[in-house]
Design a protein around this ligand. Structure first.
Ligand code: 3EB
Length: 340
């Protein structure tokens, strides 16, 4: 927006009308996929459970996690026409202000560390040349995330490889992130992201130790992500909340109790909203209709109970519930959010 105020002008140079949102995210029935992709404003469409016909559009990504209830898709849209393409194994789309990218890389002989290093090196190289150098948010999906003992655990190897692939590790500029396990037995790393022309503002959760400062007991390389990130205003993106679980300090809470873990997780998500509102007071004060939540549940038998409790939340935030493996064996549920 122009910073010049034409106070004597007859025409309303500075309009208070919000106009079309620069970015919006929503869930929709899976049958809406092709219509969503036909819309020139669509930045990305995600499908979850298997069953969607394949589609070569670079804006389409299938993350094979079984979902509770009827099949849904997640749709991201900008306000204007989106460009898209494929370059050097990176699928991308972009508005004027936001870039979406995705990489899917097969592990060679189950080597998740190398797949992570190669994926993040590819991403880093792409970002430096595409005009959107600032990584805001990443999503990482891999098979069998907690398989392997001690420092050989696949999640810990992923964390090592991720740092190897990043050009530089600036702990003051880490993206928000999700890292989740699939149960499909396919040794293929899926990484997708949002990037911008200007940096965002990473936020930490006062209730939690920063993940990048986790003590050695959790692995040789602490996880490289921020708890949430406020995107630059020009993007129109909401608050980006990382995958959030029942961790206080650095310690998992309520081992064995699904409902207590869910409540602790929601308390952590609210704590991130509170932290974000110190920077941007106009953000909605609580999770609600202006949030979009994705709920990952470890045990298939728990999906219905979690969905029922989510449906009773005040403010009725839109959500989907996916069957997925959280990075610590004792954690039964994890939730990520878009807010505002
Ligand atoms: C946690 O809070 C749970 O390694 O990118 C959540 C979000 C988790 C992102 C990542 C890991 C990651 O430590 C695990």
């Amino acid at each position: 927006m122009s910073s010049t105020i034409h106070s004597v002008s007859a025409s309303p140079v500075i309009s208070s009308s919000p106009g079309p949102a620069l970015f919006r995210a929503c869930y929709a029935p899976a049958a809406a996929r092709d219509a969503a992709l036909a819309d020139p404003r669509t930045l990305a469409v995600f499908g979850f459970s298997h069953g969607q016909p394949p589609c070569a559009d670079p804006r389409w990504l299938q993350v094979p996690l079984a979902e509770h209830g009827p099949a849904q898709i997640e749709i991201w849209q900008g306000a204007g026409k989106v460009e898209h393409g494929v370059r050097d194994g990176v699928r991308w789309s972009a508005t004027d202000a936001v870039l979406f990218g995705a990489i899917e890389m097969d592990e060679i002989d189950g080597d998740i560390e190398s797949a992570a290093a190669d994926s993040y090196a590819l991403m880093s190289g792409f970002l430096t040349h595409c005009g959107f150098p600032h990584l805001l948010r990443t999503w990482n999906y891999l098979d069998a995330v907690t398989e392997g003992e001690g420092d050989q655990e696949r999640y810990r190897r992923f964390c090592v490889g991720r740092v190897r692939g990043l050009r530089e590790l600036d702990e003051a500029a880490l993206p928000a992130a999700t890292c989740i396990g699939r149960f499909d037995g396919v040794r293929r790393l899926q990484v997708y992201w949002l990037a911008a022309r200007e940096p965002g503002l990473p936020l930490e959760n006062p209730r939690q130790v920063s993940a990048f400062r986790y003590p050695r007991q959790y692995g040789p390389q602490s996880p490289s992500f921020s708890r949430a990130l406020l995107p630059p205003p020009a993007t129109g993106l909401p608050l980006l909340q990382s995958g959030t679980a029942a961790i206080v300090g650095h310690v998992s809470q309520h081992t064995g109790s699904l409902t207590e873990q869910l409540d602790e997780t929601l308390t952590n998500l609210q704590s991130l909203v509170d932290a974000a509102r110190l920077q941007r007071p106009a953000l909605p004060a609580t999770l609600g209709a202006e949030s979009v939540l994705k709920v990952y549940v470890r045990r298939a038998d728990d999906l219905a109970a979690i969905a029922a409790r989510m449906a009773e939340l005040p403010g009725a935030p839109p959500f989907i519930v996916l069957h997925a493996e959280v990075c610590r064996a004792e954690l039964l549920v994890e939730i990520e959010g878009l807010h505002g």
